[in-house]
Design a protein around this ligand. Structure first.
Ligand SMILES: CC(=O)N[C@H]1[C@@H](OP(=O)(O)OP(=O)(O)OC[C@H]2O[C@@H](n3ccc(=O)[nH]c3=O)[C@H](O)[C@@H]2O)O[C@H](CO)[C@@H](O)[C@@H]1O
Length: 377
């Protein structure tokens, strides 16, 4: 083992909102310490098991699952899985011998960081949302540092541990300068027309999809064009609806957008769920956005994420329950109002945090180096 090579575990996942920041932090650690060894610990069968290896990192999956908050009886198998995950986490920590562990939220980070902290290894957690998740609240007690993206997080965490860093955003979104005409053409659309990007988070959003499916005629008559990300599980239904509606050259329908840099560049306006990662991207790119927070997430945290922007007039806001009635009309109106777009863009840009991944990586490396020093290796 080289003297300065750091050994870091990064754990968490479940959705893109946890995975992409985790990968950005790992990349930033590698940039600072190219010889560092980074191991991811995720949840078997979840999105991270594909996305992390695709980003060039090793990952081990734990059999962990989330607690069923509605049907308590179903939690027996969850407890067994948790117990097995804890045993596995212990072995991973013992074999890998990390100098620090980073938790980004999501099921796997619970057993991994708990075990790491119990073994005396310094831990850092990253909370993406404006309302702390259950796992992060539990892990906060033994964490050395807590990196957050919103003000006021001392209502959940010890003030002294908090660092306001913002959420890491994939570097290529900021680096790739693809121009609007080129980007629009990549989606088979017309560079002369206004374009609305519709995204439902990394998994897609049922309500937003329903709004689009019920407004296909309106979309056809609007003189606006749309890039519509449905999410994997809704794509067949969406494609069938579009097919039935007849020719719709102004609507590009896809289950997942790999090149978000191009999608953002093509878009004059975005319609989106209020996932924390997406919001950080809109801030950094200055994108005018209509937020439709998901009502199906823990502690309604997306509404809180959204309101943090809406209170500063940095985003338009439509409740999930009112979306069917208002969303598409509001979007078509707003995209044709240059002043509204400009105001939203100016205000949202003010909320951006730059270099978030580097700042977090710096903290992780400091913890790891100190641990190595104290443990004489
Ligand atoms: C349903 C759910 O539990 N959502 C949570 C999840 O959101 P979710 O996983 O949807 O995450 P975010 O909105 O934070 O991030 C989505 C990420 O996926 C990317 N993207 C999206 C669509 C696409 O086609 N291609 C693509 O690359 C976006 O650019 C963004 O980087 O984690 C977030 C961060 O903890 C939380 O705030 C959300 O409440």
């Amino acid at each position: 083992m080289e003297k300065n090579s750091l050994r870091i575990i990064v754990s968490g996942g479940g959705t893109g909102g946890h995975i992409f920041p985790a990968i950005s932090i790992a990349n930033a650690i590698r940039k600072k310490h190219p010889d560092s060894e980074i191991l991811f610990v995720g949840a078997s069968g979840r999105m991270e098991m594909q996305r992390v290896p695709a980003a060039g990192y090793k990952i081990i999956g734990l059999p962990v699952a989330g607690f069923n908050r509605k049907n308590l009886l179903k939690n027996v198998s969850v407890l067994i899985k948790l117990f097995r995950s804890q045993r596995m986490a212990k072995k991973i920590i013992k074999d890998f011998k990390p100098d620090a562990a980073v938790g980004v939220g999501g099921y796997a980070s619970g057993p991994t960081l708990k075990t790491a902290a119990a073994a005396g290894i310094p831990t850092l957690i990253q909370e993406q949302n404006s309302y702390a998740g259950v796992t992060n609240k539990l892990l906060a007690k033994s964490a050395k540092k807590i990196c957050v993206a919103y003000e006021g997080m001392e209502r959940f965490f010890e003030k002294d541990k908090i660092i306001l860093t913002g959420n890491p955003v994939r570097q290529n979104l900021l680096d790739e300068k693809i121009n609007k005409s080129e980007a629009t053409r990549m989606f088979g659309l017309d560079p002369q027309k206004k374009t609305i990007l519709i995204v439902g988070g990394s998994l897609g959003a049922r309500t937003i999809n329903n709004c689009v499916m019920h407004s296909l005629n309106k979309i056809r008559q609007s003189d606006v064009q749309f890039i519509w990300q449905t999410g994997k599980i809704y794509i067949e239904e969406a494609k069938a609806a579009v097919k039935e509606a007849g020719s719709m050259p102004m609507l590009h329908t896809t289950d997942f957008i790999s090149d978000m840099a191009a999608a953002y560049s093509a878009a004059d306006l975005v319609i989106s769920r209020a996932g924390a990662g997406s919001i950080s991207e809109f801030c950094l790119l200055g994108k005018p956005v209509i937020l439709v927070p998901s009502p199906n997430v823990a502690e309604d945290h997306q509404t809180k994420n959204a309101l943090a922007l809406v209170n500063k007039e940095a985003a338009l806001y439509i409740k999930d329950s009112e979306a069917e009635e208002k969303l598409i009309d509001t979007a078509i109106r707003a995209v044709n109002e240059p002043d509204t777009l400009k105001r939203l863009s100016t205000n949202i840009t003010r909320l951006a945090f730059k270099n978030s991944a580097d700042v977090i990586a710096e903290e992780v490396c400091k913890l790891a180096l100190k641990y190595k020093e104290e443990h004489g290796h």
